[in-house]
Design a protein around this ligand. Structure first.
Ligand SMILES: NC(=O)c1ccc[n+]([C@@H]2O[C@H](COP(=O)([O-])OP(=O)(O)OC[C@H]3O[C@@H](n4cnc5c(N)ncnc54)[C@H](OP(=O)(O)O)[C@@H]3O)[C@@H](O)[C@H]2O)c1
Length: 251
């Protein structure tokens, strides 16, 4: 066993004392719920989204309630320079990170021939390239810490949804990206999180939708993430699909 390998293992073991999680799209919905769940487990957080006023409020609440350190900054994952700047500032603040949740995403729905060029491009920029940029920016740090990259895709990342073809295509592509990152980087654990319908602001809707219409609560998705991150470091959860019992089973 080389001296460097031993040093690296000791470094990884030491990080359990101060775990840092990065979350994109943390200003509301699933991202906000994951931020809350990980703060409960003592994670320091780096939160990114475009709504900085929302991030400020969430950061204040979590640091007061759980005594954790919360860094936040403007982030637009559709802009390469914004992702690079966010990663640079986060790494300057915390040194290294242990968990990166690439969650930022959006969806436009309708028949494929009705989708506009702008809508399709925006979904590709955020749901696909945004994930790629986010993971790329933190990859070396995750390798140093033996960390976890969580990519929030969807249950539609491996099935079809009529009137959602553009969105679905970006999520299938994001799934391919996650698995390829995993093969190329065995030192990092890649975890594809595939929720079914969740009661958030997604797709321009309002939060507060009834469970009986098939929606999970974002807190339920976040609870599953928190639980899976507690597993020993030699367990690699590759994907999780979870749906409400009120959502029709479709594969
Ligand atoms: N809700 C569902 O039914 C459902 C089901 C399966 C998967 N998902 C996936 O879950 C993820 C989170 O969605 P959600 O349901 O929580 O929706 P949401 O309530 O609309 O939240 C979306 C989050 O993404 C952020 N975001 C959007 N564009 C961004 C950009 N260009 N740069 C940085 N952040 C951006 C938003 O923040 P700002 O606007 O402040 O930037 C917001 O925090 C998405 O990837 C979505 O595809 C959702």
């Amino acid at each position: 066993m080389s001296k460097n390998y031993k040093k690296h293992q000791a470094y990884i073991a030491g990080r359990d004392k101060m775990k840092v999680a990065v979350i994109t799209g943390a200003s509301r919905g699933i991202g906000e719920a994951i931020a809350k769940a990980l703060a409960e487990d003592g994670y320091s957080l780096a939160l990114g989204a475009r709504s900085v006023d929302r991030l400020e409020k969430i950061a204040k609440e979590l640091s007061e309630k759980h005594g954790v350190e919360v860094f936040y900054d403007y982030l637009d994952v559709s802009k390469p320079e914004s992702v690079e700047e966010f990663a640079r500032k986060t790494l300057a603040h915390f040194g290294d990170v242990d968990v990166v949740v690439a969650n930022a995403g959006l969806g436009y729905f309708g028949r494929l021939e009705e989708l506009t060029e702008e809508q399709f491009h925006e979904m590709i920029e955020v749901n696909l390239l945004g994930v790629w940029r986010t993971i790329k920016a933190f990859l070396n740090s995750l390798k140093r810490t033996g960390g976890v990259a969580i990519v929030v895709t969807s249950d539609v990342s491996a099935r079809l949804l009529p009137y959602g073809g553009g969105y679905v295509a970006t999520k299938w592509a994001a799934r391919a990206l996650v698995r390829t990152f995993q093969i190329e980087n065995p030192d990092v654990r890649f975890f594809e999180l595939r929720p079914g319908a969740v009661d958030t602001y997604f797709g321009g809707s309002k939060a507060g939708k009834p469970k009986e219409q098939g929606y999970l609560k974002p807190e339920e998705v976040a609870e599953a993430v928190k639980y899976l991150l507690r597993l020993p470091k030699d367990v690699r959860v590759e994907e999780l699909m979870l749906r409400s019992i009120y959502q029709k089973p479709e594969y």
